[in-house]
Ligand binder design. Sequence first.
Ligand code: PHE
Length: 379
Amino acid sequence: MKPVNLLVFSAASLLSVLGLPGCKSGGGDTIKVGEFASLTGKEATFGTSSHEGTQMAVEEINEAGGVLGKKLELLTEDDQSKAGEPANIVNKLISRDGVVAVLGEVASSRSLEAAPIAQAAKIPLISPASTNPKVTEVGDYIFRVCFIDPFQGTVMANFANKTLKAKKVAVLTDAKSDYSKGLAKYFKEQFVKNGGTLASELDYNGGDKDFKAQLTTIKGAAPDAVFVPGYYNDVALIAIQAKELGLSIPLFGGDGWESDNLLQVGKDAVEGHYFSTHCSPEDTSPKMTSFVGNYKKKYSKTPDAMAALGYDSAYVLAESIKRAGTTEGPKLREAIAATKDFDGVTGKFSLDAKRDAVKSAAILQIKDGKFKFLETIAP
Ligand code: PHE
């Protein structure tokens, strides 16, 4: 990380010495906002959705007159779902393009990679959907508009006890993902606290294609259910292979499951399984209803949680710029940190002292090839 940070500093100070415009932005005709997202690659649906929600919010904000008399200009970069790209991209957005803030990423590992760069440059970064606690721990310029995994893990451990009536569970974790490892840990802590036992704890590496060895071991341990805190692409294959092995117990996981792709690839193998996420398009609140309507009009599909979170992240930023009355990093940082009772599509929320959103989770079940809303769990 060090050489990259040095680059940020030297590029920024060089530009300011030369008195070049654009670096600190705000000076131009638009307010430049950077966005980094996985528009292609392994988790392409995450970035596509969050980007669509973000883009829609920016367009609405601009149609309503923009902020501080200027239009927002969204500069979006694709990190291809690849490690290494987020650091490059965010460095470029800040030091070359002069963005006043950065929106992104969905995946915690990729937010974690970019956050130190934004922190060092004193440019606020708001993650729409990264739930691992370490993301905002990087520093006081890093925020998120979603809940964190100690909460999500607790919600799913209680769900395993109360709804699934599971006494013994197996846990299958993606050893390459900060998100997966964190969520597995918080889930296990609460499940054991609730009196449950862990039948077996196994790992895979995100992108693996064969999970039969782990699933065979899990079958042998005879758990009541399997917690799989992974991303949709891996989860779909895990569900298919579990079914092939005759493992006919509930699988359940977290927000990383949410993608249409899970349904398309997993088909009947994912039927009946459960996961927690941030919201449901079935929510009948006026905010969600109008968001779903407008999104469908614009993109001809139903929005998922990442789209809703992307949308909320752009509005939190725009409102904070208005309250700050400036796009200057330290003042904007303070304004974002002061976000209270924000009325978002994903619910009403405030940012706490650790710059994390405090808000409810939703539990969904896959029913007849669709995501069906089951319940909302308040913090
Ligand atoms: N919470 C996941 C992470 O931190 C990302 C995610 C958010 C995935 C919302 C799907 C929906 O990596």
